[in-house]
Ligand binder design. Structure first.
Ligand code: SF4
Length: 375
């Protein structure tokens, strides 16, 4: 290679970002190649600037949202055995648990007195020892005990699991859960949609077509949902871009996604840790926030999930296209089992300070992004 070649490569790349900036300025949609250029760029601050521009061009303001929510896990028993998961156990393991509907309600009521949350976010393992009636009962009793609280429950994989347990269709399962009180679906179970990646990290999980089928059906039934990508393991940049484009297509079709949340892979206590895998870097995390904002031009809210990123980096992410820091989480177990170190309880005052210090306006919202309070 001649000494000028690396320099030429840098110049080309800067030129590519300029071309993308022109598209963003003109509100033009970015394509697959643009997505790759963005991910391959090392101009981190340039990416942040571009993402912030895109956010503002699409109507974003200085508001940063958060929700006061309670995290519950109904069971950690799971048949799927995803390779990235440090949470699941088998029924025989000593730390296995499955809460009854009554226990979940009792726990939630106690937490509500302490924190006054407006949302319950509950996901869990796919236990073969439960039946569909259990899930309906959990939703029904939670709604009965706390009618004002929004119930954001069960990933698309869990919904799929319920179709297997019950013999019902995805639509029938969702209709029944909705009439019991289900408000929305979280975005988990998406992982990375590419078949190659799923075969490597989650061979026991259903095909990604079922994830889309579940979310499309939910949207048609008037159940809004969230979407995610678990990045930083075996996926390529091409597979990340493909994932965004598939989500963008569904959003074009239904408009049912409330927010996108990029989730960094935590290797601790998984087989990947034994193989020497490391955490994503802060640079990759910020890049993911920025490129998510740029590629997902039809999803209004991009979350910097502070429980995984840590608050200081989430604060920077607010200048990389994020407009939501998720919530004042009361309890979180899945990512802590996988080594997330952030404190599980974040007081509102502290969250407000972080957002204000980042030069933004903190707004407490409900799950559907209605404003409840601002500072
Ligand atoms: S990620 Fe979910 S489906 Fe996969 S093993 Fe863990 S609990 Fe089960």
């Amino acid at each position: 290679m001649s000494p000028v070649e690396p320099l030429m490569a840098v110049v080309d790349r800067i030129g590519a970002l300029d071309a993308i900036r022109e598209k963003v300025e003109a509100n033009e949609r970015l394509d697959f190649e643009d997505g790759l250029e963005l991910l391959e760029s090392n101009d981190l601050l340039g990416l942040g600037d571009l993402a912030d521009l895109a956010r503002r061009k699409r109507g974003g303001s200085d508001e940063v949202y958060f929700v006061q929510n309670l995290y519950l896990n109904q069971t950690n028993v799971c048949r799927v055995k995803c390779k990235f998961c440090a949470f699941a156990v088998t029924q025989k393991q000593s730390d296995a648990y499955t809460f009854t509907a009554e226990q979940l309600v009792e726990d939630a009521l106690r937490q509500r007195e302490l924190t006054g949350f407006t949302e319950i976010h509950m996901v869990g393992g796919e236990s073969p020892h439960l039946d569909f009636d259990y899930y309906v009962e959990v939703v029904r009793l939670l709604k009965q005990a706390m009618p004002q609280v929004h119930l954001k429950l069960f990933t698309a994989s869990e919904i799929h699991h319920m179709t297997k347990l019950s013999g019902l269709s995805h639509e029938e399962v969702l209709v029944e859960l909705k009439s019991a009180g289900l408000g929305s679906l979280p975005g988990g179970g998406a992982e990375v949609f590419a078949d190659r990646v799923r075969r490597l990290v989650a061979p026991g999980k259903e095909h990604s077509d079922f994830w889309f089928h579940t979310h499309r059906t939910a949207h048609r039934l008037g159940i809004p949902t969230h979407c995610t990508m678990l990045y930083g393991h075996v996926e390529t940049y091409e597979e990340r871009v493909d994932h965004w484009l598939r989500l963008r297509d569904l959003q074009d079709e239904t408009g049912g996604f409330l927010a996108f949340i990029p989730l960094a892979f935590h290797p601790e206590n998984t087989v990947f840790e034994r193989r020497g895998w490391r955490h994503t870097t802060g640079s990759d995390d910020l890049k993911m926030i920025a490129v998510s904002r740029l590629m997902l031009d039809n999803i209004q809210n991009i979350k910097a999930y502070w429980i995984m990123m840590g608050m200081p980096l989430a604060q920077v992410a607010l200048h990389f296209g994020a407009n939501d820091v998720q919530g004042t989480v009361v309890r979180e177990q899945i990512f802590h089992a996988a080594g997330a170190r952030t404190e599980t309880e974040q007081k509102i005052g502290e969250l407000v300070r972080f957002v204000t210090d980042a030069g933004r306006i903190p707004v407490q919202r409900d799950t559907l992004y209605n404003e409840l309070r601002r500072w």
